[in-house]
Design a protein around this ligand. Structure first.
Ligand SMILES: CC(C)(COP(=O)(O)OP(=O)(O)OC[C@H]1O[C@@H](n2cnc3c(N)ncnc32)[C@H](O)[C@@H]1OP(=O)(O)O)[C@@H](O)C(=O)NCCC(=O)NCCS
Length: 320
């Protein structure tokens, strides 16, 4: 990166660090923007000074990875750093420039693509600009701090909760697939021909490698609910989305449809939270689909709140 741009980046990042801390103490220090497909896009403020920058990355998600079950096969991700309290003019400018850039990319015209922006959930001033450019909020990254109470109501006949082991591979895989199928209604997941085999292989590896981080809830000896957590050493891929601390990722939560709304989910999550608090986890992150009518109220009741929202135009050519 030429030195002039490096100075601009460092200057904007300092202002963004102050702004983010004012918005939400659980946001991280803004990292240096990643290496993009071209030099950063710049938005100039009224005083001629850079008010924001945007870095575009092109990501090809291989078909033989589970990542392709959780989004488009080709992603164009814009990382923005916005200096001013009112972000709207700079967002508008950067998204216009980004759309012009994507129009020159033949790959962005394909169907299985998405133009993606990760947005601090409490940074409300830019939301109208995101909407105006055809982006829709698809998923939320929510956060829970250690020790936050979960509701104490226990169903009359509570589930038996136990760690899952390698012998539970079939049932854990089936419950994992339940989340994939349910989230597909909201665009949170995109089931692929390879999904089930990949879920099974990943489950097998996790049960062998990380005993004690997958739990089953049983009624009358039958597993009816699943919770899976990535411990901090496996959650480094997402830990940078929040402030420093031992950060775990709650990867899966599913209650069999016949058992829902009876307190099973709450009992299982309470158990998991007790374990996480005891194991020294400071922060737990998870994703939910913005319009999933079950998960959003559930997670907020369980002590989570939005930290980031992910906005997408699918396919990428629908960015306006
Ligand atoms: C989300 C889910 C795990 C909740 O489990 P559950 O056993 O149904 O939840 P509980 O009965 O323990 O309810 C706990 C809280 O969730 C919320 N909730 C439960 N059922 C709900 C419903 N039908 N609609 C809206 N909120 C509901 C309530 O806030 C409830 O607390 P309250 O009863 O004190 O008000 C379950 O519905 C599920 O598996 N959904 C499909 C898969 C999914 O969305 N997984 C999460 C992906 S991020």
């Amino acid at each position: 990166m030429p030195w002039v741009i490096r100075d601009v980046v460092s200057d904007i990042n300092k202002a963004v660090a102050r702004r983010w801390q004012g918005l939400d103490p659980l946001l991280p220090e803004p990292s240096d923007p990643p290496e993009g497909c071209m030099p950063p896009l710049l938005a100039l403020g009224d005083n001629g000074r850079p008010a924001g920058l945007g870095v575009c990355r092109h990501q090809h998600v291989p078909a033989d990875t589970l990542a392709q079950t959780w989004g488009a096969a080709a992603k164009f991700v814009l990382t923005m750093r916005l200096r001013e309290a009112d972000t709207k003019p700079a967002v508008d400018d950067l998204l216009t420039q980004w759309r012009e850039h994507l129009e020159t990319q033949p790959e962005a015209r394909k169907d299985d693509t998405a133009a993606i922006v990760n947005w601090p959930a409490r940074d409300v001033t830019g939301v109208l600009a995101l909407l105006r450019h055809g982006l829709r909020p698809v998923t939320v990254i929510a956060v829970r701090q250690a020790g936050r109470p979960s509701p104490a109501n226990t169903p009359a006949k509570g589930p038996v909760i136990r760690p899952a082991g390698p012998a539970d591979l079939d049932v854990v895989t089936e419950l994992e697939m339940g989340v994939v199928r349910y989230d597909a209604h909201f665009g949170g997941s995109v089931p692929r021909p390879a999904t089930e085999a990949l879920v099974r292989a990943e489950t097998q590896a996790a049960l062998a490698k990380r005993p004690g981080w997958t739990w089953l809830a049983e009624h009358d000896g039958q597993p009816v609910a699943l919770a899976v957590v990535e411990p901090p050493e496996a959650a480094t891929w997402i830990a940078g989305m929040t402030r420093p601390g031992a950060t775990a990722y709650l990867q899966t939560m599913f209650v069999h449809p016949a058992q829902r709304s009876g307190g099973t989910g709450a009992a299982l999550v309470r158990h998991v939270h007790d374990e996480l608090d005891t194991r020294g986890v400071d922060l737990t992150l998870l994703h939910y689909a913005q319009v999933n009518p079950l998960s959003a109220p559930f997670w907020h009741r369980m002590g989570y709140r939005p930290l980031w929202s992910t906005w997408e135009a699918r396919p990428a050519s629908t960015l306006r």
